[in-house]
Ligand binder design. Structure first.
Ligand code: SF4
Ligand code: SF4
Ligand code: SF4
Length: 268
């Protein structure tokens, strides 16, 4: 793209983003609404490699370069109507998902580090980060509504499963006998949240009127177990327990206990 065309296209993106802001001169009442809308929404989905939401909003300079670079028009810059920090990029997978470009063109062009290539980079043999790997992106995580997913009704549908770029890893189909009919099976989609990138191709492909599989930001969709629960069947997790016990033993060594007693009788 020539420099002039590049500038024109960037201008168009920015004009689109700030179109609503021109109305702000209408007075204090409207400014109140605007201020509320400037608050970052918890539900927003950001491009691959985005920093954690609060840091992302601080770092993004609203230049629109990632939006321009995306070949699928997946990314948009937020306007006043979006209830997201104005001018920041986001995507809505039901309309246009992230197509998981292998070269992730939207990330290296970010001038501010709000999209951080290190967050999605492969490591080379020496442990240094090399080129980006879109499979490492964690834009969100897919969630299945078992009440409205047709596969959970026993109707044959695997649209989300077939479209997934990480088929059989991020999404699997679990076979279950349909006791209601006695002769059919349920093939229920399940998400592996550790592998799902949150690209939203599944949400885009879902055949129900409102998608029965949809992408949520990871902090909304996932729980937190707490460090004291251990997976007894997982050696790595067992090691975590051993290390924790050793750390605790170090923290309360006999010397520490003696020192505590000395402190107890110390009049100073
Ligand atoms: S990875 Fe590709 S499709 Fe996804 S947001 Fe970036 S440029 Fe767009
Ligand atoms: S390229 Fe980076 S700084 Fe520019 S709008 Fe996209 S995320 Fe923000
Ligand atoms: S969002 Fe859907 S299509 Fe994308 S990786 Fe996750 S399960 Fe697969």
């Amino acid at each position: 793209m020539s420099d002039e065309k590049h500038m024109n296209s960037r201008r168009k993106v920015l004009i689109k983003a700030v179109r609503g802001i021109g109305l702000m001169g209408l007075g204090g009442a409207i400014w109140g609404t605007t201020a509320r809308k400037l608050k970052a929404s918890d539900m927003v989905l950001r491009p691959p490699g985005a920093l954690e939401e609060k840091n992302f909003v601080k770092a993004c300079i609203r230049c629109g370069t990632c939006v321009e670079t995306c070949p699928y028009d997946t990314l948009k810059l937020a306007t006043l109507d979006d209830n997201i920090a104005i001018g920041t990029p986001f995507f809505e997978p039901r309309s246009i998902p992230c197509y998981m470009c292998p070269d992730v063109p939207c990330v290296p062009v970010c001038p501010s580090g709000a999209l951080d290539i290190k967050g999605i980079a492969k490591q080379d043999a020496s442990g240094k980060t090399a080129e980006p790997d879109i499979n490492k992106a964690r834009m969100g995580v897919a969630v299945v509504d078992e009440e409205t997913c047709l596969a959970y009704w026993g109707i044959q549908c695997d649209a989300c499963y077939r479209i997934c770029p990480l088929i059989g890893e991020a999404i699997t189909l679990d076979y279950k006998r349909n006791e209601r009919t006695g002769k059919h099976a349920f093939l229920e989609p399940h998400i592996n949240s550790e592998i799902c990138t949150g690209c939203g191709l599944c949400e885009h492909a879902c055949v129900t009127e409102k998608a029965a599989i949809f992408i949520l930001p990871r902090n909304i969709a996932t729980g937190k177990v707490g460090a004291h629960y251990i997976k007894g069947w997982d050696i790595a997790d067992e090691d975590r327990l051993k290390n924790k016990d050793e750390d605790r033993a170090k923290e309360t060594s006999p010397e520490d206990i003696l020192n505590d007693w000395e402190d107890l009788f110390n009049d100073d």
